[in-house]
Design a protein around this ligand. Structure first.
Ligand SMILES: *Cc1c(COP(=O)(O)O)cnc(C)c1O
Length: 225
């Protein structure tokens, strides 16, 4: 893990990009087919600007309100930024989320399909959504249960939600590869292109198992408080 105090944002970005390139080479994939989503949650604008200056353009936040506080100003300076929501979304924040974000990685339940469909109609903006799957079948973890996935996808398709793919956060502290493989299979089974999987500790493995979007925070920004 990079030490935030002795490396620059540009160095950390180059290191992560190097690992992405290496994993792609092993898997015979194109680095251009893997989107690095820099997870900037908890980090202030001062910590984000150096990464923007180093050329990073896709960022992720996990709370609507926090993102509303930071990103409108940054976007004035960097209008080509793409912002992804990677955290649980309350239905009553769906409209705010649609207004601010360019992708949502946490569609996880029928009531949110309804709320997002309504927000899309109201705002006239439709953003690609990843359905989050509770890939380790963990009680308290976010995400749709695997057995409920077919019904949720059907509902989302009926509601004209633009489906980008699936997203998962595997169980903490154990080998993630089987979970990444399972998610890739579920995405294949349902004809979905996008696979949002892999974080600082395991993104090379995720890439080798088909990740299209890796969500990397700590390796780019240093540890969160
Ligand atoms: C915080 C977060 C990440 C980034 O985790 P790191 O281990 O810091 O890379 C990725 N995905 C989600 C959903 C997160 O909440």
């Amino acid at each position: 893990m990079s030490d935030n105090s002795t490396t620059t944002a540009a160095q950390r970005l180059a290191e992560v990009q190097g690992q992405i390139d290496k994993a792609c080479k092993i898997a015979r994939r194109e680095p251009a087919d893997v989107t690095l989503v820099a997870i900037s949650k908890t980090h202030p604008a001062e910590a984000i600007v150096p990464l923007l200056e180093a050329g990073q353009r896709v960022f992720g936040e996990n709370r609507v309100q926090e993102a509303q506080g930071k990103w409108p100003v940054l976007r004035e300076q960097y209008p080509d930024v793409q912002l992804h929501l990677v955290g649980q979304l309350q239905s009553n924040k769906a409209e705010d989320a649609v207004a601010l974000f360019d992708a949502i990685h946490s569609l996880d339940r029928p009531s949110l399909v309804t709320a997002l469909a309504k927000a899309f109609d109201k705002t006239g903006k439709r953003v690609p959504c990843f359905v989050q799957v509770d890939i380790g079948e963990e009680e308290q973890k976010g995400g749709c249960a695997i057995k409920e996935l077919p019904a949720l996808l059907e509902q989302a398709r009926d509601a004209d939600i633009p489906l980008a793919g699936l997203m998962c956060v595997p169980p903490f502290g154990i080998e993630p590869a089987p979970y990444f493989a399972l998610m890739a299979k579920l995405a294949d089974d349902h004809g979905l292109e996008g696979r949002s999987m892999g974080m600082s500790g395991d993104f090379p493995t995720a890439i080798m198992l088909g990740a299209t979007h890796v969500r990397v925070g700590t390796a780019l920004f240093g540890a969160r408080d």
